[in-house]
Design a protein around this ligand. Structure first.
Ligand code: HEC
Ligand code: HEC
Length: 322
């Protein structure tokens, strides 16, 4: 009996130490790169393209308009933050997208912003919730992540004085410290090679993340693009991502390249940003952001998708709330 009490006591002490270690000694942040990025107009322009159309940063870091299809962000609120996820849609607690205009990031160095984007660690060394897709952005090439920062630096500063910080619940407030990423920049992509460019864009553009099925909170990359990842939209229902593998029956194997490009380009207009949500099945696919991808880049993504393994997986894309 005495021995048992001792063993249990030691086990409890070990667990407490482990929790305290994860909570207070982690995350292990990489050093922020010691760099001042080139802010020439060409670099800012590439950064704008990445922020607005590839990595869809503004889709989360602006005021959203849920009354319209795919909840496009409101013009004039770009980067000001405030969009909030509550426990109705995520398990972690309350997560708020911060202000990433110069009002929010003015005191950060260029290197600290790069580290936040690629590893999910703030200026002060705190872990960010992986709703911010830093695991995907960890693949951004050095040149691309610098261009993103060049663009952020010249965005219109917008005050957002009522903005709160995220509040995570136990155990997520501890676990978040082991969820940071490691920078793994893909600097040797041959962007003239459609498959390489398409694969890179589908990583840093979030397609791989959203369109893979999920298990235990993580994408199952063995079933790349098979779809079925669920999003709960409070009071609306459950939205599931489509199968975009080349399977002819349950994926997009029967789509031509022209049809694929057209599907995106159909949303490339101010009117498309105002399609009433009530008239369409709801979606979380940021169609309005991706509509600005160039036809060349969309074509490369198509070529890459068609080179991936066809997977039979029939997905019911929407189940309305009871
Ligand atoms: C899917 C939504 C989403 C997308 C897309 C997204 N972010 Fe975030 N981002 C967040 C959330 C949520 C947080 C705060 C997480 C937290 O508080 O734990 C955040 C935090 C940040 C921070 C830290 C700011 C601070 O004050 O701590 C920076 C910098 C940032 N994001 C930049 C970007 C950039 C640049 C992009 C595009 C390359 C981007 N984000 C795309 C949701 C997103
Ligand atoms: C935030 C999650 C999310 C991201 C990121 C995302 N998608 Fe989607 N996508 C969805 C959802 C949900 C649907 C199903 C509803 C709809 O059609 O809008 C969908 C539908 C689609 C469809 C239509 C399939 C069909 O059968 O009609 C295509 C094609 C597609 N996505 C391609 C992409 C590509 C390419 C990317 C990256 C550039 C991407 N998606 C990024 C969530 C996402």
């Amino acid at each position: 009996m005495k021995v048992l009490v001792k063993v249990v006591g030691i086990l409890i002490a070990l667990v407490v130490c482990l929790i305290a270690f994860v909570k207070f000694a982690m995350p292990f942040a990489e050093n922020a790169p010691d760099i001042v990025v080139d802010k020439s107009p060409e670099r800012v322009e590439r950064g704008r393209y990445l922020v607005e159309h590839v990595s869809m940063c503004l889709d989360c870091h602006s005021e959203k308009q849920p009354q319209y299809l795919a909840a496009p962000y409101k013009e004039g609120t770009e980067g000001m933050g405030g969009f909030t996820w509550t426990t109705e849609s995520i398990p972690f607690g309350t997560v708020v997208a911060p202000n990433i205009t110069p009002v929010g990031l003015g005191s950060w160095t260029d290197g600290e912003i790069i580290r936040a984007i690629r590893t999910g660690v703030t200026k002060d060394g705190d872990a960010l919730t992986p709703i911010m897709p830093f695991h995907e952005y960890s693949h951004l090439s050095d040149s691309d992540v610098e261009d993103v920062v060049a663009f952020l630096r010249q965005m219109k500063p917008i005050e957002n004085p009522d903005l709160q910080r995220s509040e995570l619940k136990i155990p997520f407030s501890v676990l978040v410290n082991v969820m940071t990423a490691e920078s793994q920049p893909q600097n040797d992509i041959d962007t003239d090679d459609p498959i390489q460019n398409g694969e890179y864009l589908s990583k840093v553009g979030g397609c791989q993340f959203c369109h893979s099925p999920f298990d235990s909170g993580k994408p199952v990359y063995d079933s790349l693009f098979a779809g079925g990842h669920e999003y709960i939209i409070p009071n609306v229902g459950v939205v599931r991502t489509a199968n975009i593998t080349p399977d002819k029956e349950t994926g997009i194997g029967s789509w031509s390249k022209e049809h694929f490009i057209q599907k995106f380009k159909a949303y490339d207009s101010p009117e498309a940003r105002m399609i009433p949500a009530s008239e369409n099945p709801p979606t979380v696919m940021p169609w309005m952001d991706y509509a600005g991808l160039t036809e060349d880049d969309l074509g490369d993504i198509y070529d890459y998708l068609m080179s991936s393994a066809p997977i039979k997986n029939s997905v019911t894309k929407f189940v309305p709330a009871q």
